[in-house]
Design a protein around this ligand. Structure first.
Ligand SMILES: [Zn+2]
Length: 389
């Protein structure tokens, strides 16, 4: 009882020295140029913080405040959970010479009760550290990182293209990754499919890739689909994703993907490789000016003309280069930055070490997206190898 009274007296004493402000007044001051600092712990801020507030935990306040705000004459507003820790924080800043410090009475609880703007999902300390070099980019920032965390990307094939794409998407913090692959890891895959490991030869590729992704970044939700993409499941499996990465090794899957992404309005990031060369492009059905895969390849080749997957050779690093082009395009699409590879076919020649770019236009006679194109349902083509992936 005595202890409780002591604490009350002590808090009242603090209130005499550190002026309080209401949440609504704090917002008005913030809009007028004051700095609002949320001094709660990282995990508390992870569920939301006042819009525009700087997150700086109470424990690090004195150590880092000068980096955040060297001007001791600036209006500084401090907010915590209920308005007590912010009083302590205010006293600490006053001791450091900050002259215009206020504590937000009632803290975050009062801020929310007043219906003031909250930015969801401020980064916790793991995310802030993990993605720090990326968040430093003004084109990404915390807002971009939150977009990545909310993004859903499906990668078709955990093979040569999918391997680097998956690793870098997970590393970058794409929150939801779906891997579709019904193959098993073979030793002959490992010179290029670097998401797998020697110890996982014989394991399903999607499961093996998932293990690598979670080891790299346990924050990512990885969904495994050990099925082959077919006419009857293609829409179900790729719907509800923001981007489709085509790392397929066969024409049957690629034509299915081309049709389904077009119908569902999902951008398809395409790449193909063979021996020492590769190519990549983005087909974005949300854009009127974007060609589709069939503007480039109207009809599948005759089975006799397709290469034999098991016999076609490939330099191990080659799909790595193209898979990373795909990952780059996927991240750009999610973040909404840069110029996507839409309407352009990027070609890569490893032996000459040359990148070239061809303009791709929509084909008015395209059987996939032209005005006379007719969709008669999905068809399962004969399984023909598109390259050695
Ligand atoms: Zn087309």
């Amino acid at each position: 009882m005595t202890e409780g009274l002591d604490r009350e007296r002590w808090l009242n004493d603090l209130r005499q020295r550190v002026p309080e402000t209401t949440a609504a007044d704090a917002l008005a001051r913030q809009l007028g140029g004051a700095l609002l600092i949320d001094v709660r712990e990282d995990n508390e801020r992870a569920t939301g913080s006042p819009e525009g507030a700087v997150g700086l935990s109470r424990g690090f306040l004195e150590l880092r405040i000068e980096q955040v705000e060297p001007d001791r004459d600036r209006d500084v507003l401090l907010l915590c959970g209920s308005g007590q820790r912010s009083l302590l924080a205010g006293e600490a800043l006053q001791r450091m010479g900050y002259r215009r410090v206020h504590s937000v009475a009632g803290g975050m609880a009062a801020w929310k009760a007043a219906g003031l703007p909250v930015s969801a999902g401020a980064l916790d300390s793991d995310a802030a550290e993990r993605y720090s070099r990326q968040i430093l980019l003004p084109q990404v920032g915390e807002a971009g990182q939150a977009k990545l965390a909310a993004a859903r990307i499906v990668v078709i094939g955990a093979g040569g293209l999918g391997a680097p794409a998956l690793l870098y998407l997970a590393a970058a913090g794409v929150g939801h990754v779906t891997i579709i692959d019904d193959d098993r890891v073979e030793r002959s895959n490992l010179h290029r499919q670097v998401v797998h490991a020697d110890a996982r030869v014989g394991m399903g590729k999607a499961d093996s890739a998932r293990m690598a992704l979670l080891a790299l970044n346990p924050r990512v939700e990885v969904r495994v689909v050990a099925e082959r993409l077919r006419a009857e499941n293609v829409e179900t499996l790729i719907r509800d994703h923001d981007v489709v990465i085509d790392g397929a090794d066969n024409f049957a899957t690629r034509y299915l993907l081309a049709a389904a992404t077009r119908r569902l309005g999902i951008p398809m990031v395409y790449a193909a490789i063979e021996r020492f060369t590769g190519q990549a492009s983005v087909f974005d059905p949300r854009r009127d000016d974007s060609p589709c895969y069939r503007c480039l390849f109207p009809e599948p080749p005759a089975a006799a003309d397709a290469p034999n997957c098991a016999e076609a050779g490939v330099l191990g690093v080659l799909p790595g280069v193209l898979g990373l082009v795909q990952a780059t395009e996927a991240l750009k699409l999610v973040l909404g930055i840069g110029q996507p590879l839409v309407g352009r076919l990027l070609t890569y020649d490893a032996l000459g070490m040359r990148f070239r770019e061809l303009t791709l236009r929509r084909d008015p006679a395209c059987p996939g997206c032209g005005p006379d194109a007719v969709f008669n349902g999905y068809t399962d083509l004969e399984h023909m190898c598109a390259a050695a992936l």
